[in-house]
Design a protein around this ligand. Structure first.
Ligand code: SF4
Length: 492
């Protein structure tokens, strides 16, 4: 084993790198000593440097290969605050170099059989065996930039986009526009919808969960069940979704990439669909370091949220697994994604949201919004990218209970920013902080619902579910929801 093995991070435990022939090992050595210092290359074996402004993204502790996560800041990575967010640097440089549109290509997950090996062999193979060395030289010396681009792409595209992935930067609308769920039907009908989160229990007892579902159900179009938020164990989201269905509520099942391989993702989507789940929300999930001590494995980095969306859309619309096998009865789900208006920079996040929409996301539920003006900036960036008419956006609202919670949200929760005015109001409210929090939430909803591109709100009450009926009613959103369900109970 060589002393210096930067690719070792990507080596699956208990599975040593296979012994490659001498020629490939030599090529790998040269690639490592060249690309390592130049680009921070980690020898992932699936090189995508051209699409990432020549900075290797494999430094990202979440293993994201398609853009900054919702916790990215200009100052640092939210997982490892001693380092900058590598994706922030990539986006910054891509904008400087005028290569930002290249960031839109949906890049594949790793082929783990190739990690630690070289990529140059594949490039040489493309040049000599597929394109032809003479054709390559002739094309690259052409005066026509279009021709140069075509020849270059014919060599590098098959290397970074293998046959089993074929990612691109195009919009892939759903093949069938018939609503798959009540949530999709209501959004299609133009209703301003409300969804709410009900916290999965931390025990096997389901009484409180079922009571909360019953309480919230008449006021919302669908109920979200999180997937081990803050990397902390709770009841699984599919089990909560199944219980919600038994109580006539429509669930949105959240699936986090953390802890999941591509196999378990596809298997869970099939299982959830067969149990009656019709809405699935894909997200990267909080890093294991956000969870309790002892910290869980942090290297189950098989897929990111954009790759999840791509895989599920292809399962649904093309009826095939990632490995190309056909699915006789595909899961016909309404695909959602998380959106982060306040992470990194709005123009950076807009590229990432654009990519999610292209990959197949049909609705967004955003991170918490406390600053409608900054939300507007993000919406404008989405409008510039012409995606507001391709995705439904539900703005995330969390009523604050006290000043401590407000300060925690502002300082500790990645991608959440509270303006000074909100922090001050919560601090000054003292005993009446909970009431002040409700009033702030109502004011936010009032401002947000007028914004173009917003189709609803997503209430995340964080264990304060009993406030949902009051907020929905006082925000003037109850009547539509209640009329649609045929029931008109008054909040307690
Ligand atoms: S902030 Fe997110 S995207 Fe950026 S390096 Fe850290 S984990 Fe990766």
């Amino acid at each position: 084993m060589p002393i210096f093995t930067p690719g070792r991070r990507w080596q699956p435990p208990f599975y040593p790198f296979k012994r490659e022939p001498f020629g490939r090992r030599t090529l790998a050595f040269i690639e490592r000593v060249t690309k390592g210092p130049l680009f921070g290359c980690r020898m992932c074996g699936n090189c995508l440097l051209q699409e990432t402004a020549f900075i290797c993204p494999m430094e990202c502790p979440k293993g994201v290969r398609n853009g900054p996560c919702g916790g990215s800041t200009p100052e640092h990575c939210y997982v490892d605050q001693t380092r900058p967010c590598i994706w922030y640097r990539i986006y910054q440089r891509a904008f400087k170099m005028g290569r930002e549109e290249l960031l839109l290509e949906v890049l594949p997950p790793l082929d783990w059989d190739k990690t630690g090996t070289e990529t140059w062999g594949d490039v040489v193979h493309q040049v000599t065996k597929v394109v032809g060395a003479r054709e390559f030289v002739r094309g690259m010396s052409s005066k026509d930039p279009e021709k140069r681009h075509t020849v270059w792409d014919s060599v590098f595209r098959p290397v970074r986009q293998p046959e089993w992935w074929q990612g691109d930067a195009d919009y892939h609308p759903p093949r069938d526009l018939t609503p798959r769920s009540e949530l999709e039907r209501r959004l299609q009908s133009g209703e301003f919808v409300v969804t709410a989160e009900v916290a999965p229990p931390t025990t096997t007892a389901t009484g409180k969960l079922c009571r909360n579902v019953e309480m919230v159900r008449p006021y919302v179009a669908a109920i979200n069940f999180t997937d081990n938020p803050s990397a902390t164990c709770r009841m699984s989201s599919w089990a909560c979704a199944k219980l919600a269905l038994e109580h006539d509520a429509e669930p949105v099942m959240q699936i986090a990439a953390r802890d999941r391989t591509r196999t378990s993702l596809q298997s869970e989507v099939l299982g959830a669909y067969s149990l009656g789940v019709r809405n699935i929300l894909c997200l990267s999930g909080d890093h294991a370091r956000m969870g309790p001590v002892p910290v869980s494995r942090s290297d189950v980095l098989d897929i990111d949220s954009i790759q999840m969306i791509w895989i599920i859309r292809r399962m649904r619309d093309e009826g095939k697994y990632l490995d190309g096998r056909g699915i006789k009865f595909p899961p016909n789900v309404f695909i959602g994604a998380a959106a982060a208006p306040f992470a990194s920079e709005p123009r950076f996040q807009a590229i990432r949201e654009h990519k999610k929409v292209n990959a197949g996301a049909q609705f967004f539920q955003t991170n918490l919004v406390y600053d409608p003006d900054r939300l507007e900036i993000w919406l404008n960036e989405l409008a510039k990218r012409d995606i507001l008419n391709k995705v439904y956006i539900l703005a995330g609202i969390t009523p604050l209970k006290n000043y401590k919670m407000a300060a925690y949200m502002h300082h500790e929760v990645p991608g959440v920013v509270l303006p000074d005015s909100v922090l001050k109001r919560m601090e000054m409210a003292g005993e009446g902080a909970a009431e002040e929090g409700v009033q702030i939430a109502l004011e936010l909803i009032e401002q947000i619902k007028k914004k173009q591109g917003i189709h609803g709100i997503h209430l995340m009450a964080v264990g304060w579910e009993e406030i949902v009926p009051r907020i929905v009613t006082e925000a003037g959103l109850a009547s539509e929801s209640l009329l649609a369900t045929g029931a008109l109970p008054l909040p307690a």
